[in-house]
Design a protein around this ligand. Sequence first.
Ligand code: SF4
Ligand code: SF4
Length: 369
Amino acid sequence: MKSKVFFTDLKVRKDFENTLSKIRRLFDAAGFESLIDKNELTAIKLHFGERGNEGFISPVHVRQVVDKARNCGANPFLTDTNTLYSGSRRNAVDHLTTAIEHGFGYEVTRAPLVIADGLDGNNFHEVAIAGNHFDKVKIASSIADSHSMIVMSHFKGHELAGFGGAIKNLAMGCAAVPGKMEQHAGLHPEVDPDSCIGCGRCVETCIYEALEISESIASVRHEKCIGCGECMLVCPVKAIDFNQERDAEKFIEMMTEYALGAVTGKQKKVGYMNFLVNITPECDCAPWSDIPLVPDIGILASIDPVAIDAASLYLVNQQHGIVHSKLHSNFEIGEDKFKGVWENSAGNHQLDYGEKIGLGSRDYELIKI
Ligand code: SF4
Ligand code: SF4
């Protein structure tokens, strides 16, 4: 049977319905009320955005879901996990400060904030899964302990995963820091000496001291590198890359197994909303946003993380690419927009592998509300 994915665009028609009302209707249409029981601790899984980024989901939109969860009798809380790399979300204190600076304080969202893997990212439960790469994964304690969960994802590009949506939000987003390390373990960046201009940005960014510069060319000290990919993101001339052919599929498979771990034990307790707005080339971990690749599309809701990401990818690729964005090819309707930025990425593998390991189904029915 096809998984149902509910969709609303953002147009205001003759009835003048606004986006806040549409979010509440999506929650109802997707049957999220049946996922949440009275007195439950309901995690609303978000990405609060790195300081300097503006692409994250609006706190005012998040409040609609908080109110809905509270109407079900639950105790909702907003949550995310600490990062592997330098930045404004590396520990719970910095992370909470950034979240509040971005408007996620109680006065806007009406829900408390919990950093799910604790002060330093090391609070986790090991969850057993039957994966090909892992037999147990390290899921942030407050997410593992929650009774139900609504995963709200800003859908956008990602330099390694191809795109970031529900699967990535579950995988990297629900893992404690040691779990993020496990997912990145197979990645080995290399510097192209012919492209490197010796600016040193990568060296300044890498908190693992895994880069050095000699004779104005950077190189990676592989014994120290944990494969977080931060250096790739900051290099102004794209001189650093992974061996995508060798590494990308394995990374995606490990990530997708972590997504499975994040929902293990929560059968029929997790709902997903993907926001197809500000569809930027990079994820919200970047301390900037960029010109979106395509126009704003709308919002989707489902109880199937593979189906909602498959539908999101389809809708993005049905748009014309925006001129002057980071797209260098694939501007036409039907062409893969994320490959138009990250040509060697393998985003589709998230969907194939997610289906293979039982995370969800690629076969969906798109229902416009
Ligand atoms: S060198 Fe390795 S650890 Fe350092 S930023 Fe790059 S990927 Fe991360
Ligand atoms: S950021 Fe890029 S260009 Fe600058 S030193 Fe590092 S590899 Fe070279």
